[in-house]
Design a binder for this molecule. Structure first.
Ligand code: PLP
Ligand code: TYF
Length: 395
């Protein structure tokens, strides 16, 4: 039967890592996969996470199963971290899931129960897994305009025109903050206009928040999404702890469903737990247990928040430095938008050929759509990168 399989396509982001590993050049730079890197190019374990692991090791007495929906402290702390007090706690059903991807998967599955004929609307461009997962689960998908290459900002008119095509019962995927792959983000007013439209059209919003704390701050990054949540009778949120806790491989995420009232939330909660049972029974515990310890302990929490803030500021410094270096190298303010973008990524607006030249001629590994992983440039990597970009770009 296996002859029916056709070779799988490599993930456009993860595939780059293999090429990088095979490159023998010493001055090569990896700006591919979105993981935080310090000045040494390492992805550190956060100190609060290390301390929570010590505590977990000392205090955990059993590895027996927990609740199907996951650890209650974790889920409640995540609800507060993401939604604040925008929505009454008894209106929110929560589910521990393997990473933000697992949370997205479970929410798509929940959507299958609500409307299998829904079209899932995804920004153009977006993180490739959004469309891939929605299609894999049998949904139709549509793109909505998002990025304006002329300004490297959001094409908001285009976005609103595209979203006029949404039908009642469809789902709209929004990035909560730090848009992947562009780095261009919606303003408060734009979020409000989208919320108006979603309410008018009776569409289910799914906010994917994978970078809370990486943009303008832990609270600031959630604020627009919270305003939307406070206005919506129903909404879904997929949160990831991969980046802001540095727990990538431990697979920690939380799916949240806001229901119109407490009774509806109770029924939703039961259905979410069943979705865990239908897919993998219990979500992995270790990383979620660490997040629960950190978020519910004031000292560890303060330490985590301080380190996260350091990481955020380091990324902003790279943005400032890169924009300035490109000003010098190109003798133009063309790349100043890098300072306005937020999060781990910026789309530079280079052609596939220019991206190829960066890799082949200069050993600079950028995703094919010219997305860079900003923290990959810390530790003195800005100057050589800016030089290489100025050599391939026609500015
Ligand atoms: N959503 C977006 C937009 C992402 O960029 C990512 C990747 O980091 C995720 C979700 C999910 O990440 P993870 O499953 O590693 O938590
Ligand atoms: O966009 C990124 O680089 C991160 C990490 O299949 C990632 O979101 C990339 C590809 C993938 C899963 C995670």
């Amino acid at each position: 039967m296996l002859e029916k399989l056709i070779p799988a396509k490599a993930d456009p982001i993860l595939g780059l890592g293999k090429l990088f590993a095979a490159d023998a050049r010493e001055n090569k730079i990896d700006l591919g996969v979105g993981v935080y890197k310090d000045a040494d190019g390492k992805t550190p374990i956060m100190t609060a996470v290390k301390k929570a692991e010590v505590r977990l090791h000392a205090e955990q007495t059993s590895k027996s199963y927990k609740a199907l929906a996951g650890d209650e402290v974790f889920r409640d702390e995540m609800r507060k971290l993401v939604l604040g007090d925008a929505v009454a706690a008894d209106r929110v059903a929560t589910l521990q899931a393997p990473g933000g991807t697992g949370a997205l998967h479970q929410l798509f599955e929940a959507m299958k129960l609500l409307n299998p004929d829904a079209t899932i609307w995804v920004s153009n461009p977006s993180w490739p897994s959004h469309v891939a997962m929605a299609k894999h689960l049998g949904f139709k998908t549509e793109n909505y305009d998002y990025f304006d290459p002329a300004t490297s900002g959001v094409d908001f008119n285009g976005l609103m025109v595209s979203l006029q095509g949404m039908q009642a019962g469809d789902m709209l995927v929004l990035h909560g903050c730090c848009h992947n792959p562009t780095g261009a983000n919606l303003t408060a007013n734009q979020w409000q206009s989208i919320t108006d439209l979603v309410l008018e059209k009776n569409v289910m919003p799914l906010v994917d928040i994978a970078y809370q704390g990486f943009g303008d701050g832990l609270q600031e990054d959630a604020i627009y999404m919270r305003t939307m949540a406070s206005r919506m009778p129903e909404m879904m949120v997929a949160a990831s702890c991969s980046k802001n806790f540095g727990l990538y491989r431990d697979r920690v995420g939380c799916a949240m469903v806001i229901a119109k009232d407490a009774d509806s939330a109770t029924v939703t909660q039961g259905n979410l737990a069943t979705l865990n049972r239908m897919n993998y029974s219990f979500a992995p515990d270790h990383g979620a247990a660490l997040v629960a310890i950190i978020l519910s302990d004031s000292e560890l929490r303060a330490e985590w928040e301080a380190e996260l803030e350091e990481m955020r500021l380091a990324m902003l410094t790279v943005r400032e430095d890169l924009a300035e270096a490109l000003r010098q190298q190109c003798n133009s303010d063309h790349f100043d938008f890098i300072k306005d973008h937020r999060g781990m990524f910026s789309r530079l607006g280079l052609s596939p050929e220019q991206v190829e030249m960066l890799r082949v001629d200069h050993g600079m590994y950028v995703v094919g759509d010219s997305r860079i992983n900003v923290p990959g440039l810390s530790g003195g990597r800005v100057a050589p990168f800016a030089k290489a970009v100025s050599m391939v770009a026609n500015i």
